[in-house]
Design a protein around this ligand. Sequence first.
Ligand code: CDP
Ligand code: MG
Length: 671
Amino acid sequence: MPSMAQGGLRNSADSHHKLRAKFPVDDRKVDPAFSRKQKIAEHRKSLPIASVEKRLGDEVRNNDILIIVGETGSGKTTQLPQFLFNAGFCRDGKTIGITQPRRVAAVTVAKRVAEECGVELGQRVGYSIRFEDVTSGSTRIKYMTDGLLLREALLDPYLSRYSVIIVDEAHERTVHTDVLLGLLKNVQKASLDARGFSEYFGGARAVHIQGRQFPVDIFYTHHAEPDYVDATLITILQIHLEERPGDILVFLTGQEEIESVERLVKERLQQLPEGSRKLLAAPIFSALPSEKQMRVFAPAPAGFRKVILATNIAETSVTIPGIRYVIDPGFVKARSYDPVKGMESLIIVPTSKAQALQRSGRAGREGPGKCFRLYPESEFEKLDDSTKPEIKRCNLANVILQLKALGVDDILGFDFMEKPSRASIVKSLEQLFLLGALTDECKLSDPVGHQMAQLPLDPIYSRALILASQFNCLEEMLITVAMLSVESIFYAPREKLEEARTAMKCFSCPEGDHLTLVNVYRASNEFLEKRTVGLSKEKNEKILRKWCKENFINSRSLRHARDVHSQIRGNVEQMGLRLASCGDDMLQFCRCLAASFFLNAALKQPEGTYRALASGQVVQIHPSSVLFRAKPECIVFNELVQTNHKYIRNITKIDYLWLAELAPQYYCMQN
Ligand code: CDP
Ligand code: MG
């Protein structure tokens, strides 16, 4: 009987093998939970890091700072915290904190480790990311984003509840990681190019974990591909039809691209003969609801091949088992910042050589693999060697605000691992000053600066919420900010473009995209209130998904926006801001948008393009905007996207005269 076997064998892996040899058991009859546990235990033992468990515990105990270097997949992220827990690092009730640059990694890894420990997620093992906290008083191993730990430092500058902080993926050099390292260095007074880190930390000790890697054959295209999405699709199908079994990992640049490839794969499969359709697409990107993120780790059903469509998250932060083929179109979405113009934008750029190597390496984790780079070999030689740290290419307003709130006033003198340029620090200080967060002496203003630092949002959005409470439209602004914090809400498949446009018209508001987003949010609320009284959460979700589909709305994004809304609503209530609605007074709301987003105002030019007032850049309204055709004289916008054009998105029409009236600190100085 399975239950007896389980009871008798729980403590001994060896006797399980003996038993199986003597009585060949039908696998289907073995308690699946048990065999999974067994598999996990075996897997853990086989990881390269397992052999250095004791040494790592000793090294961490004996060194204030330790650098650990190891091949992706060697077990650093999942095992090290468990080793430290077992070595007694939590005995006095303290927690082991592990930071991750990416939300998805924090969530999926915490789930995995909770399973490995055999505990419920949120108990001993938990995670905390912006807008989602799954921890409790008993959490001792806590995964979180680097940005979140920075926020915690605001309340507890010495991070006293932690016995150990593991800054994971430090080589990624996100701006939050860099600032965190600076703070930790401060706290202690005291990867990847371990030498760089080691020098920064005054010659810290480094441990190298021996990894393993199988050979990977690299293939290039003969010519540059004009449409890499199409080339990706063809390559996926080619592998599926011609290569031996093994899963495929595809690196794409973001949610929209992933979702469109997912759809296209499904469509193309329908055109293949029945027997060739056994290909399963599994997306993974940061805005994906966390329960869906785990799907990429589940093995494909027997006879199926899995194709994982991922952002660069799958480069190093999460290791997915079973990959034999990698498709690398060679691009990544990256932040870029122009300190002269003060404009940050998201652009799609070629990867660095280091990224390309890391990506191809994913195919050789469990056996020899193949990597298909969708560009000619000559292009590879032209790539940059490594990726520039984010701190060198982003707007610093947010981190400066946080450093100021932590009492670090001399930003130019702060000990960054790599100093951002003076121009970019000065520009961001100026922006914070214009938003009212800093005084003339460059100190955090009271109460606005302090309030802004408390909100987990971009300073421009924080300012918008504070202003909205004065303009009596905080309800509308909360919705707007939540909707702007997620990836695109509308979704318009190419083949149903007209239908999608008609659906969007039901929500569209002549003032612009911000109120249109408010309409969508409210319509979904009304729909739910009417239809889901007394229904279970799952039913509720299902009904909402259907509504979204009918209205060409991205249900993942909308759900995420609802979560964001509920958290920031909690934040502003705690701060005592006045939660009122402007009702039918749209003008009031538009004036508040002008007062908030004045740094992103633009004027129409004779030929129908726009000139951004702060930067002087010539930009165009994105075709997805409700104002694409109306082309009003003066607008404010939230986002600049650079493809072959400079497009602005999320736009509202304003009166030019409001700028001088509502943002005199900027517009009167200039005139
Ligand atoms: O951090 P590092 O890259 O060194 O490795 P890790 O993330 O700790 O992963 C160790 C092993 O756990 C890998 O072989 C992964 O495939 C496996 N893993 C898994 O099977 N499922 C997860 N959700 C996370 C990791
Ligand atoms: Mg890791």
